[in-house]
Design a protein around this ligand. Structure first.
Ligand code: SAH
Ligand code: SF4
Length: 337
């Protein structure tokens, strides 16, 4: 038995073919599940009874439990409880261009970045495809509106749950399911190089964001354990390869940590590393948390840093701040509460 929300249409087509049925059943089922939003196979009226009893043997409908909902201007944060009692968070954000959701991909995270609240709990397990999809579906139900953009930037390292994330994106993008445009989906990775290379081939329309956070290996080694496995040179090489294959611009995320990575020299170093790459830098003012000692750089320091990048012809934006009052901002999400 598996969740009906865990299977791509292509895999469901194979399921029907293997059971001596027709391929188009998969599309029919998707229309019932994602358009008409049925909650039981008994609600289906255009498929014969035998086929329905077979599906019922193999698939079930499930849902997450909304344990808590917090609101701040333009933001709604959800704490979901999963069927095994684990908890995850997702954040809905209202923009002038639409509504986005930041979803979690794992319970905890094993990457061990020194500055991150989400990673303080070691990975308990990967989220299943349905657990990722249900964050979007149930948030849509709750706000009674359509979510137009997905960012996989909540708790967890998406490329450490690669296959499930790919199937999740496939269903989110499917015209018969959530129909979210591929360019409206963004995946953020801490920099697992082999998976960036694979992602370029598997999922070329999706926006890729890479958490760089340092202009050299010395600093990155100190704040991101992943740099010991894949250093900056290897990471940049894989991003260049990604751009060559996909022809898409990549985002580099850079959190501003006071006294760690925010000097003028660091800005020039960063500009040098990124020179000639089709990218932009998203500067994230660090969100301080009670449990970790890092401090946010001063606003004047952040402005100066961005100014240098601009002078050096690097595209740069400062991330708009969302939801810090309800601890819904980047890096403040947790698996347990
Ligand atoms: N694991 C993935 C995606 C989730 S983290 C990744 O690391 O890219 C999403 C982003 O939030 C990352 O860029 C991460 O470095 C950043 N982040 C983590 N803690 C933060 C904090 N306290 N303040 C601001 N950004 C933070
Ligand atoms: Fe994991 Fe991303 Fe946090 Fe690093 S920043 S610990 S990869 S969630």
């Amino acid at each position: 038995m598996r969740s009906i929300y865990s299977i791509t249409r292509k895999k469901l087509e194979d399921y029907f073919l293997n059971n001596g049925d027709k391929k188009f059943r998969a599309t029919q089922i998707f229309e019932w599940v994602y358009r008409k939003k049925i909650k039981s196979f008994d609600e289906i009226s255009n498929i014969n009874k035998n086929a329905i009893s077979k599906i019922k043997e193999d698939f079930y409908f499930n849902s997450l439990k909304i344990v808590r909902k917090q609101e701040d201007e333009g933001v709604k944060k959800y704490l979901f409880s999963l069927s095994d009692g684990n908890k995850i968070e997702s954040v809905v954000m209202y923009h002038d261009y639409g509504i986005s959701i930041c979803i979690s991909s794992q319970i905890g995270c094993n990457m061990g970045c020194a500055f991150c609240e989400s990673g303080r709990l070691k990975k308990v397990r990967n989220l299943t495809v349905d657990e990722m999809l249900l964050q979007v579906l149930q948030a849509e139900d709750d706000i009674n509106d359509r979510i137009s953009h997905i960012v996989v930037m909540g708790i967890g390292e998406p490329f450490d749950n690669y296959d499930n994330v790919i199937d999740f994106i496939n269903i989110a993008n499917d015209a018969y399911a959530l129909a979210i445009g591929i360019r409206h989906i963004t995946v953020s990775t801490s920099g697992i190089v082999p998976k960036i290379n694979k992602f370029a081939k598997d999922c070329s329309g999706v926006n890729l964001a890479v958490s760089l956070h340092a202009p050299n290996n010395e600093i990155r080694d100190k704040i991101m354990k992943v740099n010991k496995a894949y250093n900056i040179e290897e990471l940049i090489e894989s991003v260049k390869n990604y751009i060559k294959i996909t022809n898409r611009r990549v985002t580099f995320e850079y959190i501003m940590l006071k006294g760690i990575n925010d000097t003028e020299t660091n800005a020039y170093e960063l500009a040098k590393v990124l020179k000639g790459i089709n990218c932009y830098v998203n500067i994230i003012p660090y969100n301080e948390t009670n449990n970790i000692g890092f401090k946010r750089s001063n606003t004047s320091q952040i402005t100066r840093f961005c100014g240098i990048l601009k002078e050096e012809n690097i595209n740069v934006t400062i991330r708009r701040e969302f939801g810090s009052k309800v601890s819904a901002a980047c890096g403040q999400l947790r698996s347990e509460n």
